[in-house]
Design a protein around this ligand. Structure first.
Ligand code: GAL
Length: 769
């Protein structure tokens, strides 16, 4: 997908592509490196270069990013004597080793701008300033060491440290956030730079779909440049998918769409992409004055200000209104201007408004999933149980310890799954023996399933941002040996916060048998029992996800539904064409999915998003954005559709394999292409409407009205203020049958509406694709 995404980024007016470097995927085992296939960072940067763009490389190597363990390899955690992100020699040695390796690799390929390459900036650490105080003096020593270490690599381009007030020189501190206009670097010689402008937000299991309006995002950018900004990066411009087990959190979804300008599948998220493209082009038209001009500001009160960038030859202006509710009318340099609330007008010549952040002319594209024409009937499923006799019944693992071991330490992240198994010898004379006994497990907030004497007794899990929970369920125990088995399933390892790396994973314990005798509870702690551990699943060991693996037999008989720990497999034909593909996993519980052996990530359509917090009202772009504002998808599966990149698909036969952990029904699983269903625009008189079906023909005009149409895309309505001509037919003549069309909104063409109270006529149009 890289070349296409990079092309779309360039077309959208970007100059540079910023990327993190993920340590855990490049050094999965200590000193064993992987830069093959999708991990080929040199090829990625060369692809950027070929497209004529610059690159910003955020090596970290701690990256946060809602990525598993913030990008740290878990073997690092298991090194004796290590302490992360502080003045600790073991850690610093590993960090330096990896950072140097990356720098040397990029240098060898002459990729730094100092060598003629595209990399103009690099980053070391990530938002350490947000957590530094928790590390005391050692934290300060560490960040100084980071600066010296990075500097000693002599890359010939500046190093950044984001969210690091007063970064040790010569590091440049930068800002991350939804707005950075009021940020000023502490070091007076540092340029004002913004490494992460959050274009939307990430999603967690149980969380809602984030939405940051185009108007507000454009406002944040324009305001940043109005107030002296020099570099601004969108986080994310394309967030994509957390394939495999790369999602962190815990509880970050597989989709990392982020409501970014390029959506999860690489489609233009319109109008965000197009409105920003216009903004970029206007800003670039002022490059000379913005970079060389002197800045002066005129304050009009009520959060309204004009900023003038002036050189001897020319000047460019911004008129900003930070008021959340009131539009402003100001007289500036002998002319009157109306600046809508929470918007910035840009006047490249200080006279004519070339762009206002709140006036969106770009079309809204409504994406839809289409039926798959290549598959004539429903899929034929085969199945296999996960073989659990050794674990659930016999309690037999590979490793034994006389304690409860943290999952990171025991499994080193080789799998989401870890079996904890023990046996407890009980007698009726035990103090806790009673008619009412429970198994109580103190968990880390991740998923746990419990079995006693070979029988499943229950499961529990938490949600995003909850790091401990208690499972307790009544159990029937017998005098003599009782087998207690817990299957732990992690949903990504924590990625943010002071000392986040120490957050427990799996079952931290204690694990107890609790006897309830009236009001009294007597606890038998099993934590220092002899525990047997098995990492992963038999099906994973046997590579059931690999379609070439012929060793095992699958059954077509009595394909079960709602059976936990079950593997499913089916063949399918890919949807025709080149549109992105998703698989609808509605009906399934939770697990992992593979297409032709590639993991497309964890799935969990049975996790319903919070019921609360959504609204039917049109989202008001005015006022500060946060990740809870304007959310949608309340009460629906958190993530129902999963991205299947075309590059994972064969033209003829493809294989899907599911590992279903909770129990579900695969009968509705369906592969669908994602296409533009319709395109809408609302454009004022005098401006140009551009409509496109992203490569497909416009098939019809669903709505068109010049005057004062109301409503939103998909639900436009005419009012009495409407043109005297048949506007729909005029648009049909211009657009139907074409891939795109463009025309000016004028009364000459579209007729004269009879409106008394709406002096500006707007054309609202919706076409079907
Ligand atoms: C920042 C961090 C990013 C990402 C972002 C939220 O704090 O630097 O890596 O986690 O938050 O999406």
């Amino acid at each position: 997908m890289w070349p296409d995404l990079i092309k779309k980024a360039k077309e959208g007016g970007l100059d540079a592509i910023e990327t993190y470097v993920f340590w855990n995927v490049h050094e999965p085992q200590r000193r064993q490196y992987d830069f093959t296939g999708n991990l080929d960072i040199v090829r990625f940067i060369k692809t950027i270069q070929q497209e004529g763009l610059y690159s910003v490389v955020r090596i970290g190597p701690y990256v946060c990013a809602e990525w598993n363990y913030g990008g740290f390899p878990v073997w690092l955690h298991n090194m004796p004597g290590i302490e992360f992100r502080t003045a600790n020699n073991v850690y610093m040695n590993e960090m330096q080793n990896f950072t140097t390796l990356i720098v040397d690799m990029l240098r060898k390929e002459k990729l730094f701008a100092s060598q003629g390459g595209p990399i103009i900036l690099a980053q070391i650490e990530n938002e350490y300033g947000n957590v530094m105080s928790s590390y005391g003096d050692a934290g300060k020593a560490y960040i100084n060491w980071c600066a010296n270490m990075a500097d000693s690599l002599h890359i010939g381009v500046p190093w950044l440290m984001c969210q690091q007030t007063d970064a040790p020189q010569p590091m440049i501190e930068t800002c991350n956030g939804f707005y950075c206009d009021s940020y000023t670097p502490k070091n007076p010689t540092s340029p004002k730079m913004w490494t992460e402008n959050w274009t939307g937000w990430f999603k967690s299991w149980g969380g809602k779909d984030p939405y940051r309006t185009t108007e507000d995002l454009a406002y944040s950018v324009a305001r940043f440049f109005q107030r002296g900004g020099t570099f601004q990066n969108y986080y994310m411009y394309h967030g994509g998918t957390n394939f495999g087990r790369t999602a962190g959190g815990p509880y970050i979804t597989t989709s990392y769409d982020y409501n970014a300008p390029l959506d999860e599948y690489g489609n233009l998220n319109q109008p965000k992409w197009g409105h920003l493209k216009q903004l970029h082009s206007v800003l670039k038209s002022m490059e000379k004055t913005l970079t060389y001009g002197n800045i002066s500001t005129l304050d009009f009160g009520s959060s309204v200000a004009a900023t003038i960038y002036a050189t001897d030859e020319a000047s460019s202006c911004f008129l900003g209104n930070a008021n959340e509710t009131s539009d402003a009318t100001i007289n500036f340099q002998d002319a009157d201007y109306v600046i809508p609330a929470w918007s910035v007008s840009i006047l490249p010549d200080c006279k004519t408004v070339a762009f206002n952040t709140a006036k969106v002319n770009t079309q809204t594209s409504v994406m839809i999933k289409k039926p798959n024409e290549a598959n004539s009937s429903i899929l034929e499923w085969m199945w296999r149980p996960e073989f659990t006799h050794d674990t659930i019944v016999r309690g037999k693992g590979q490793i034994v310890a006389n304690r409860i071991v943290d999952q990171k330490e025991m499994a080193s992240d080789a799998s989401d799954y870890l079996w904890y198994m023990t046996s407890v010898n009980l007698g009726k004379d035990d103090a806790m023996w009673s008619n009412n006994m429970t198994l109580r497990v103190h968990g880390s907030g991740q998923i746990l399933h419990s079995y006693v004497n070979g029988k499943y007794i229950g499961s529990q899990w938490a949600k995003y941002n909850i790091f401990n929970h208690v499972f307790e369920k009544e159990v029937k125990l017998s005098p003599g040996h009782n087998k207690i088995v817990i299957l732990s399933a992690t949903v990504g390892l924590q990625n943010y916060g002071p000392m986040f790396d120490l957050t427990q994973a799996g079952v931290p314990g204690p694990v107890e048998i609790v006897g309830h005798k009236g009001d009294e509870t007597i606890i038998k702690d099993l934590s220092s029992n002899k525990w047997s551990y098995k990492i992963g699943l038999n099906g994973l060991d046997n590579q059931l996800f690999n379609p070439d693996c012929k060793r095992v037999k699958w059954s077509m008989d009595n394909v079960p539904v709602n059976r936990n720990l079950t593997w499913y497999k089916a063949s399918f034909k890919a949807p025709l064409g080149t549109d992105p593909v998703v698989v609808d996993l509605l009906g399934l519980g939770k697990g992992e999915a593979w297409i032709n052996g590639h993991s497309i990530g964890r799935y969990w359509p049975s996790f319903i998003a919070d019921e609360q917090g959504c609204s039917d009202a049109v989202c008001d772009y005015r006022g500060s954005y946060n990740g809870d504002k304007c959310v949608s998808n309340c009460g629906q599966p958190t993530q129902r559709y999963y991205h299947v990149p075309r590059s994972f698909l064969n033209e003829d036969v493809n294989t899907i394999v599911l590992f279903e952990e909770f129990g579900g029904n695969p009968s509705q699983v369906d592969f669908q292409p994602v296409v533009v269903g319709s395109a809408c625009a609302t454009v004022s008189e005098g401006n140009t409407v551009e409509l496109s079906c992203h490569g497909r023909p416009i098939s019809g005009v669903r709505f068109a009205s010049l005057g004062n149409p109301q409503g939103v895309c998909g639900a436009f309505e005419k009012t009495s203020c409407d043109s005297d001509k048949d506007v729909v037919s005029i648009v049909e003549d211009q657009c139907v049958g074409k891939e795109s069309c463009s025309f000016k909104v004028s009364q000459d063409v579209f007729g004269s509406p009879n409106c008394f109270d709406a002096p500006i006529n707007r054309l609202a149009v919706e076409v079907s694709c």
